[in-house]
Design a protein around this ligand. Structure first.
Ligand code: ZN
Length: 766
């Protein structure tokens, strides 16, 4: 009847929309969208195919493009200008025919006509600093950007090309089929930016004291864009935030700089004997055998002497790198240079640092040791570092390239430094060296998915920081027993996740379009992985699966699904609920104890008990054979509690005698206290329910109910607890493992105190 009515109403609504609007909500035909939080991610995930399998591995038809570069680069130190000529050989391994190529012109972000400054919404505040006012309102924009002088084929014949801001389309004389190669040349120059004044991920820092510069160079050459099975050409413009998508290739790069510079970068230095002095060669050979501390190749004294004069001569440093996705180098006459050897499971590699006197003593004491420790930790969590060296170069920002990264952290003028500066430097070195794995080798698309490099890397950074604190206890400050990691522990993400929802975006958002970039793309994914490792999966299952992901996608291009799928495929843990909640929504964790009801066994049934007995009787069960419970708010509870335990009930006793073996009877526990504990979940996220029960004798018991306890009711879950001892308190998530944003409801009996979450919320309202 009811069904009929609904069908009838449904028909009416279809033909008369206006009528439907006037009807009460409950009269509308009801349908359910499947919003179950344990629903598999079939709608969100791309369908597995021959390129990428359902297990998260590269498929049988997986391919990737290759871009090989031969470059001649020269830096004019006087004008702070870079000149370059490159020959790119592009190999089409895709099954598709290509009629044009896309080349990335990242420097154009700094061109005078760049639109980057125009996408920022700004205004005039009541007060600002003089320097900001001057740079905003008085200064002419820096004249950056590539000046492309030639785009030509092997015969130097000009190739038609179109520059669309930071992307250049090069038209091919004839279509490039599978397996075909195309070789072409680009000639360019640009003004190098002062990245301290004008920002940027590369450029120079100027030291007016003796008119010197430290160059940390990157994005300095036109770079091939990625073409693949998921995006086609990844030619999304570079607005300055979302990083890079780059194919692998081999590089031969000759870099000409003033003869008194010390230079290092991506790749093998193939003319070391030419560019190193005899003394440097000797020290370099010692460094290759020094596993416990760095050997200084260029000392501070030598660097200080060099920076006082300027050589008019030039020197060319030749670097050659195989299977890298990018190229960076650092050069200056100010550089102090040190190195040590690092023993990994399968090979030795070199940890290297380049820094000026302004970085000492902090850099000389710690930089290279931090690099070495990081190489060991990351190798253990993924695979042995495949390159031969990792360089940490001193700069006022943190940024990563294959084999070389730029890191901040500078002591005061008198050489002293705070913990903040020290751990800031150590943290950034661990982080940027770690980027060698994510995304330099496990080569994800940074332009689209910031979290795939920053989040995964920040997670391993946390593991490596903890290792470092353990391996180098003298790096810690007095009173510290652990490295003070900022990102990773669940409790550190609470403030972000419990904050104003108007300014939180799901992790699965393009970096450019997210609020609170650091929390969104670094801290939250890293914390999520840490929760998976410590709380949901356990270290063994997590580490195996994580390593599997790293190895499957080593020197390849993974997508988010490849990661999500591999983590499940290698562990047999269904994590769709976790990915869905943590990565695709902005829900937060809030789980509490709603209510605890006590019961006792009784021989005198309550009124409700009698009613239920009647129903048992209909199924032929004798009411006298039932076990009855009485609640604490019902009459007879205290008498029942005083009277006895479950095993004393005659019918139970009889059942035990008839059905239990003698051995089983000896082991019988006899609960006296019965509790119905109801947990509630005001937060949208599902999480394992971790509960600590404390008994009257002071003993404690922990139980972790899997997240699936919420699968049929997203708001509440109850558990019946039978105990020989009285429970005096219950705590949810006692070790703060789940990022619960409001712990004021986590205990029974309720502790009367205002939670930090509520305090924070109230502050926001103010
Ligand atoms: Zn990073």
């Amino acid at each position: 009847m009811k069904i009929f009515k609904h069908i009838l109403l449904g028909l009416l609504f279809v033909s008369a929309g206006a009528f439907a609007q006037d009807t009460e909500e409950k009269e509308k035909p009801q349908g359910h969208t499947n919003t179950n939080k344990f629903k598999q991610l079939y709608d969100e995930f791309a369908t597995p195919n021959m390129f990428r399998t359902g297990s998260g591995a590269p498929g049988p038809a997986y391919y990737q493009q290759q871009a090989d570069y031969k470059m001649d680069i020269e830096i004019d130190d006087e004008k702070a200008r870079l000149y370059g000529y490159e020959t790119i050989t592009y190999t089409n391994n895709s099954p598709d025919e290509l009629t044009y190529l896309w080349v990335q012109l990242d420097q154009n972000m700094r061109a005078r006509d760049s639109k980057t400054p125009l996408i920022r919404s700004n205004g005039i505040g009541p007060a600002t600093t003089a320097s900001r006012a001057a740079t905003t309102y008085l200064k002419e924009r820096f004249d950056g950007g590539f000046n492309i002088q030639e785009v030509s084929d092997v015969n130097k014949k000009a190739l038609p090309h179109t520059i669309n801001r930071t992307m250049m389309r090069v038209e091919l004389p004839k279509a490039l089929n599978t397996g075909d190669k195309f070789t072409f040349n680009i000639k360019w120059w640009y003004n190098i930016n002062d990245h301290v004044k004008d920002g940027g991920r590369s450029g120079y820092e100027y030291f007016p004291e003796n008119d010197n510069r430290i160059y940390v160079m990157a994005q300095f050459y036109p770079r091939m864009a990625v073409y693949n099975d998921v995006e086609g050409w990844q030619n999304s413009q570079f607005w300055g935030r979302d990083e890079f998508a780059l194919p692998f290739g081999n590089f031969d790069v000759n870099i000409t700089v003033p003869a008194d510079h010390v230079l290092d970068g991506t790749g093998y230095l193939t003319n070391r004997e030419e560019v190193f002095s005899k003394e440097m060669m000797k020290r370099y050979k010692e460094a290759k055998k020094s596993y416990d501390k760095p050997v200084v190749i260029v000392t501070q004294e030598e660097a200080e002497k060099t920076e006082k004069t300027k050589s008019k001569d030039k020197k060319t440093w030749k670097l050659s790198a195989q299977m890298v996705r990018d190229f960076g180098f650092a050069t200056s006459r100010k550089f102090i240079y040190d190195m040590m050897a690092v023993k990994l499971d399968t090979k030795d590699v070199m940890a290297v640092s380049m820094y000026s006197k302004e970085g000492n003593p902090l850099w000389g004491d710690w930089s290279t040791k931090v690099v070495a420790s990081t190489l060991k930790s990351y190798s253990r969590m993924t695979f042995d570092y495949p390159y031969h060296k990792a360089i940490s170069a001193h700069a006022p920002m943190g940024m990563e390239y294959p084999m070389i990264c730029y890191n901040f952290g500078r002591p005061n003028k008198d050489g002293t430094y705070s913990d903040r500066v020290k751990f800031g430097m150590m943290g950034v070195i661990i982080h940027e060296v770690g980027h060698n794995w994510f995304p330099m080798i496990i080569n994800s698309d940074e332009r689209q998915w910031t979290w795939m490099d920053e989040g995964l890397n920040t997670f391993v950074q946390y593991v490596a920081e903890q290792d470092f604190g353990e391996w180098f206890p003298d790096a810690l400050s007095p009173g510290q027993t652990k490295y003070p990691s900022r990102r990773g522990p669940a409790k550190n993400i609470v403030r972000y996740m419990g904050g104003n929802q108007d300014f939180i975006a799901p992790i699965m958002t393009k970096g450019l379009n997210t609020y609170q970039f650091g929390s969104n793309a670094y801290a939250k994914p890293a914390t999520g992985l840490n929760i998976l490792r410590e709380t949901v999966m356990g270290r063994d299952l997590f580490d195996y699966a994580f390593k599997e992901y790293a190895n499957r996608w080593k020197f390849k291009h993974p997508t988010p699904e490849d990661f999500f799928r591999t983590m499940e495929d290698a562990s047999a843990v269904d994590l769709d609920w976790f990915w869905r909640g943590w990565f695709y929504t902005t829900d937060y964790t809030d789980i509490g104890v709603k209510e605890v009801k006590k019961y006792a066994v009784t021989t005198t049934p309550t009124e409700e008990g009698k009613k239920l007995a009647e129903r048992y009787k209909q199924f032929g069960i004798d009411p006298n054979s039932l076990v009855y419970f009485v609640g604490e708010d019902e009459e007879g509870y205290q008498e029942a509690l005083d009277a006895g335990q479950l095993a004393d009930v005659p019918t139970v006793k009889e059942f035990v005698m008839d059905n239990f073996t003698t051995d089983q009877q000896k082991e019988i526990k006899s609960p006296k206290y019965f509790y119905q504990v109801t947990f509630n979940k005001p937060g949208g996220l599902v999480m394992p329910l971790i509960v600590e029960y404390t008994y009257a004798d002071g003993s404690k018991e922990r139980e972790t109910y899997p997240a699936q306890i919420w699968r049929l009711n997203d708001n509440e879950a109850s558990r019946a607890i039978a105990s020989q001892k009285e429970i005096v308190s219950i705590t949810v998530d006692p070790d703060l493992e789940t990022a619960d944003v409001d712990t004021s409801n986590n205990t029974w009996p309720k502790e009367v105190k205002e939670s930090d979450f509520n305090k924070f919320k109230n502050q926001i309202k103010d």
